[in-house]
Design a protein around this ligand. Sequence first.
Ligand SMILES: NC(=O)C1=CN([C@@H]2O[C@H](COP(=O)(O)OP(=O)(O)OC[C@H]3O[C@@H](n4cnc5c(N)ncnc54)[C@H](OP(=O)(O)O)[C@@H]3O)[C@@H](O)[C@H]2O)C=CC1
Ligand SMILES: O=C(CO)COP(=O)(O)O
Length: 367
Amino acid sequence: MADRTLPSFSLSLPGTRRAVVVGAGSFGTAVAVLLVRAGLRTTLQARTAEQADRLRADRENRVYLAGVELPRELRVESVESGLARADLVFLGVPSRGLDAVIRGLTGAGLPPRAAVVSLAKGLVPPDGTAPTILLRDGFGADRVAVIGGPAHAREMVADGAGLVAASASQELAATLAGVFTRAGVVCEVSNDPIGVELAGAAKNAAALAAGATEGQGLNAAGAAAGHIFAEIWRYAEAQGARPESFIGLAGTGDLVATALAPQSRNRRAGELLAEGVASHEIPQRIGQAVESLDMVPLLARALGANGVEAPVTGGLSRLIAGELPLDAWVALVRTTVPPPARWIRRPRPGFWARMRARFSRDPRQAS
Ligand SMILES: NC(=O)C1=CN([C@@H]2O[C@H](COP(=O)(O)OP(=O)(O)OC[C@H]3O[C@@H](n4cnc5c(N)ncnc54)[C@H](OP(=O)(O)O)[C@@H]3O)[C@@H](O)[C@H]2O)C=CC1
Ligand SMILES: O=C(CO)COP(=O)(O)O
């Protein structure tokens, strides 16, 4: 649940707090630029020493975020340099690689009190585990956070975004919100990391579904996104997520930002699927992470294993696998009826209860 009554949290030692961003893709790079703006001593870690050399030489990430100057104060190195002096570690690696990165954090020298912040909007194979659950199991809930909300990397650096910082620790969520606010970007404070994380996963899956369907009709595209969002919400609710996370910035806000964005990788991936491009060719065509392609099959399995009726998420998974033709997918979307609402029937009061109610009425109100 969002909390607007928090005391404003000031960083105890501004400028001396050290942040490391692991993963020098589009979002990791953009977040690193903001952290520098917030006054943190920030290091961006690329996967290889050659990538780090290139970023240092160009002072720009030409592969993933061309045209954004890397500030002079931003250190750039490879992941080999380790995390020994970090206070805040941001993981800007797509979910499919997060398991190995998370398992390697201790070996990389993660200090015992450092917090770990996931930037991912996907789930980790093979079981479709939410990244903050893996992090919580490894390091404890109070050291773990996730960032959600509408935040296209380039626009965030130039004009801002609508971030959500979610953690079981009020202090950590407020610290992160304070950092991003200081960098000039709005950041909501949330105590619902699993809700924010699953909302980000849901919006990516819904954007893919809308992209795959939009050529057949916009009502169908809207229905596809709505079904997927509702199916994943039922799963999220069972995991303890709060509705505010799906209704607000991290859910519907990010869904709109993604579905409308010409550059959205998830919606574009859906369009390519509809054009008949095989899913394994799509990441190479797009050149950047497409979380939903990996995640939807994991989600479909997780929903099934948890007893959530999810015909549309299941259908999308089969479309990705090439097992469901496009017209069958669209027919599924157009004909699926969500489960009906559950009316709670109150038993009719018995004879004596009705009599008591009648004779205890205020006589002045009797007609
Ligand atoms: N881009 C955006 O606007 C937003 C993205 N996100 C989320 O952020 C996450 C990251 O996405 P994004 O930055 O866009 O992805 P990109 O595809 O732009 O970049 C991924 C980066 O991760 C690096 N990487 C992969 N594996 C490792 C590893 N084991 N160690 C170190 N680096 C690694 C890649 O290196 P290499 O080049 O060597 O493969 C690449 O630099 C995703 O979950 C995405 O949904 C969230 C909000 C907005
Ligand atoms: O998450 C994003 C914006 O908030 C980016 O979406 P895409 O990965 O679809 O480009």
